[in-house]
Design a protein around this ligand. Structure first.
Ligand SMILES: [Fe+2]
Length: 308
């Protein structure tokens, strides 16, 4: 019996090591903490249900939020009940698969009445709520591969909630300068390019995109738009621009003026879908795949970026 147990243990350990060598998977959602009517399900609950399915099937390691975590005006203290009603009760309590680390980005609604710092404070007592500061980094490794994540508080770039624009852009530049990972992923609330309700953010295009290009960032993940998008920049720009803002807030239609702006800038809209949903991201040594999932759990679009 002992030898059988040893054999099973060795097999399990080997399988775990193999999995660890292969990569990891995670989920992104933006624009999710909806105003709720007690007992009434909403689109946020529907998205959560499909996140659970994807997380179970793909063993999601963490959830990365892309801001607007709490509508309409953020939280008002580090023990605001919205952490329960709009987060724990929606994701963690019903779904063990979502009791993983949540890497948090802040959006304009989180900062609206200058209370974003309460979400940082909450993270000091809740181990699954990872928000050490408004801007921060983390690294994931497997085998010989490393993935460097930079979370940028894009709302503070222009509304001066945090540091000044120049200080933050310098921080981003210096942070990316030191990055030596195989993959670099930047996450923020405001998109660079978009054909959604708000359209492209010309401040981000002028101030942030040059830094992303300078440091060969692989992916720029954003929310803010209540839709799901994939865009490629003008020729010479190899960043994959992903918008995953369908976490619960009402989906919005495409903006025709923003569509024309993209054409004028030579930006390619690979996919636009005005629906609620999320993205599941699969990281491997030589490829990263982004899967877009709707409220029925259908993966209606995906793409893969390869690297040698
Ligand atoms: Fe927003």
């Amino acid at each position: 019996m002992n030898s059988l147990i040893s054999f099973l243990f060795a097999t399990l350990t080997f399988a775990t090591l193999l999995l660890a060598e292969e990569g990891f998977n995670f989920i992104t959602i933006g624009d999710w903490g909806r105003t709720r009517t007690a007992g009434v399900p909403n689109k946020q609950d529907d998205v959560a249900r499909q996140m659970d399915v994807w997380a179970r099937e793909n063993n999601a390691e963490f959830v990365l939020t892309l801001g607007d975590n709490f509508y309409p005006d953020g939280v008002f203290s580090a023990d605001d009940e919205q952490f329960e009603t709009k987060w724990r009760n929606v994701y963690l309590n019903p779904y063990p698969s979502l009791r993983v680390e949540w890497k948090i980005s802040l959006g304009n609604h989180d900062h609206r009445v200058f209370t974003g710092h309460y979400q940082v404070e909450f993270g000091k007592t809740e181990p699954l709520w990872e928000l050490p500061s408004f801007n921060y980094t983390f690294t994931k490794t497997f085998g010989d591969t490393s993935v460097f994540f930079v979370v940028v508080d894009s709302d503070s770039l222009y509304w001066l909630v945090n540091d000044t624009l120049n200080e933050q852009v310098s921080w981003l530049d210096e942070t990316l300068e030191q990055a030596s990972a195989d993959w670099v992923i930047v996450a923020a609330h405001h998109p660079v390019y978009s054909s959604g309700h708000h359209g492209s953010d010309f401040g981000m295009i002028d101030d942030v995109r040059p830094i992303l290009l300078k440091h060969n960032v692989d992916f720029y993940l954003a929310g803010h738009e209540h839709d799901l998008q994939h865009l490629n920049g003008p020729p010479g720009d190899s960043i994959e621009y992903v918008i995953s803002g369908g976490g619960g807030a009402s989906a919005r239609p495409q903006n025709e003026i923003a569509v024309e702006d993209l054409k004028d800038m030579n930006v390619t809209q690979k996919m636009f879908n005005s629906i609620n949903g999320f993205t599941g991201i699969k990281v491997k040594q030589n490829s990263i795949t982004v899967e877009y999932v709707d409220l029925e759990g259908t993966m209606f679009y995906s793409f893969t970026k390869y690297k040698n």
